[in-house]
Design a protein around this ligand. Structure first.
Ligand code: F0G
Length: 359
């Protein structure tokens, strides 16, 4: 049967309005890719899988939460939606809003979002406001404006977002045919890790034989990774001036920080931070070894696995582990080109090419 999107597939388990009239781009059902060569690089004799959520329609996991947030907002009568974003939320909000015939306003930190994200957000027709400030400033502003106007807020402080994003946990279990031992992902505003934990917990608590072969047995341990220059949950306090090359997770006051820490505690998991160098190393390796291209921030979970395994505190040999790759590599072409070997330029001539290749 053709894939009908997340509300079609999992709607009976979603607490939102408007499920009879979904706004969908047929998001979800993204690949779970075995990654044995990357596992060798990470070490620790793990059975590694990549949940390639950059394969969603606008190129990031945000589509999972935006099908539900926009469907719900439209059913509640909203005509305008607003969000703050480091780029992926804005692209997803803009796409789903245009599909719903709604207006979309986005606040982005001026000069601090990757080019592919800006391109998408503009192409889908959003009204883009670049603010002189951080994502955190933007989030404060959109919360304030949506409190005093009929504009619907679609950041992940909106519970309808998590109703969609939790489906990724169920897909992982279905695709694996089991519940993984560990699940690692990057943490920014902390909505996604909270949503995964909701998904695994609902699966764990309820009858879900159709989702997992071993229902009620266990939930995975969660490994959340922040960038070292933007690690409020690891450092234990808000970061006023977050700084990292991983612009997607350049966030100093995560709105769902407490919920994320609770999830990590309940899962017997770990919240950690990695340097930009560690995250970018994982970003290069996953593309070169496995042919899977993600954006830099998306590799934070892989860097976290490598760090924790080296310390002896992460997954144990033989365990099944999943790293969530949250956004597509094409979102950030500048980083990809900067990290790669530059192309050579040759005359269009057979001898020249032969000499070059045989040199
Ligand atoms: N990975 C990517 C590619 C992201 O874009 C984000 C968040 C995260 C991970 C972190 O997820 O915030 O739920 O902890 N991006 C938001 C945005 C902030 O505006 O696109 P989180």
């Amino acid at each position: 049967m053709a894939w009908g999107g997340l509300i079609d597939r999992y709607g009976s388990r979603m607490n939102i309005a408007g499920k009879d009239r979904p706004v969908t781009l047929f998001e979800g059902n993204t690949p779970l890719v075995p990654a044995p060569k990357l596992a060798e690089w990470i070490g620790g004799d793990i059975d590694l899988y990549l949940k390639y959520d950059g394969m969603n329609p606008t190129g990031s996991f945000k589509d999972r939460g935006m099908t539900t947030a926009i469907t719900h907002a439209r059913a509640e009568g909203a005509e305008i939606v607003i969000c703050a974003s480091t780029g992926n939320t804005s692209a997803a909000a803009a796409a789903y809003a245009s599909r719903a015939g709604m207006k979309c306003v986005v606040l982005i930190p001026d000069g601090k979002i990757a080019y592919g994200k800006l391109a998408g957000t503009l192409a889908y027709g959003a009204q883009v406001v670049a603010i002189r400030g951080s994502f955190d400033d933007g989030l404060r502003l959109v919360q304030e404006i949506s409190a005093v106007t009929p504009i619907a807020l679609v950041n992940s402080v909106n519970p309808a977002r998590l109703e969609g994003q939790k489906t990724a946990a169920w897909e992982v279990c279905e695709q694996l045919g089991a519940i993984p031992d560990w699940l690692a992902l990057p943490v920014g505003n902390a909505g996604n890790i909270s949503a995964y934990w909701m998904g695994f917990s609902e699966c764990w608590r309820s009858e879900c034989a159709q989702l997992c072969k071993k229902p009620r047995v266990k939930r995975p341990q969660l490994l959340g990774t922040q960038a070292a220059g933007a690690a409020p949950l690891v450092d234990g306090h808000p970061v006023d001036h977050p700084e990292t090359k991983c612009t997607a997770i350049r966030i100093g006051r995560p709105a769902r920080g407490d919920q994320a820490l609770q999830a990590i505690k309940e899962s017997n998991g770990i919240i950690t931070k990695c340097s930009d160098d560690e995250i970018f190393a994982a970003y290069r390796e996953v593309a070169r070894r496995e042919g899977v291209f993600c954006e830099p921030s998306s590799a934070a979970g892989l860097a976290g696995f490598k760090q924790q395994i080296a310390a002896g505190t992460g997954p144990q040999p033989g365990q099944t582990v999943v790293a969530v790759l949250t956004g597509h590599g094409l979102k950030d072409p500048d980083s990809a080109v900067a990290e790669a070997v530059a192309p050579v330029t040759l005359d269009a001539d057979l001898d020249t090419l032969r000499r070059y290749l045989l040199a």
